[in-house]
Design a protein around this ligand. Structure first.
Ligand code: ZN
Length: 136
């Protein structure tokens, strides 16, 4: 397993980038993840990366998070080889998943969230890189 990325909810990617760039962490690219109603800024840090999440919709998951908790750590993401198999295994163990079926994430990945109730209070994202497996 690898720590794939750390997701941080921000009010404004541009304003937040001023801080990250001041400590030498550079923006690689931004992309829109329509399914999550967010714009994502990808900042590589060693073998992992920080993702700054700016909402496109106050009713989206990050919009609701910002309204309730303000800016801050939103989730951590670990990379798995087989996301569907991992979902089945965790479900069988009684672990509560938000996504029972994987959905599209940033950077051509499949993702599924594990509920903070099952993880000790941290929203955990499982992510599988699609280009590591052959397309069906
Ligand atoms: Zn993520």
């Amino acid at each position: 397993m690898k720590l794939d990325h750390i997701g941080i909810a921000v009010e404004s990617i541009e304003r937040s980038l001023i801080f990250y760039e001041s400590i030498g962490i550079e923006l690689a690219k931004t992309e829109v993840v329509a399914d999550q109603k967010v714009r994502v800024a990808i900042l590589p840090v060693g073998e992992t990366r920080i993702e700054l999440l700016e909402t496109l919709d106050p009713d989206g998951p990050v919009g609701k998070f910002l309204a309730k908790k303000g800016q801050g750590l939103h989730h951590i993401a670990v990379r798995v080889e087989n996301i569907s198999g991992t979902i089945d295994k965790l479900t069988a163990q009684g672990i509560e998943l938000i996504d029972k079926v994987p959905r599209k994430g940033a950077g051509n990945s499949l993702i599924a969230f594990v509920h903070p109730r099952s993880t000790g209070g941290v929203l955990l994202e499982l992510t599988e890189k699609q280009d590591e497996r052959k397309a069906d």
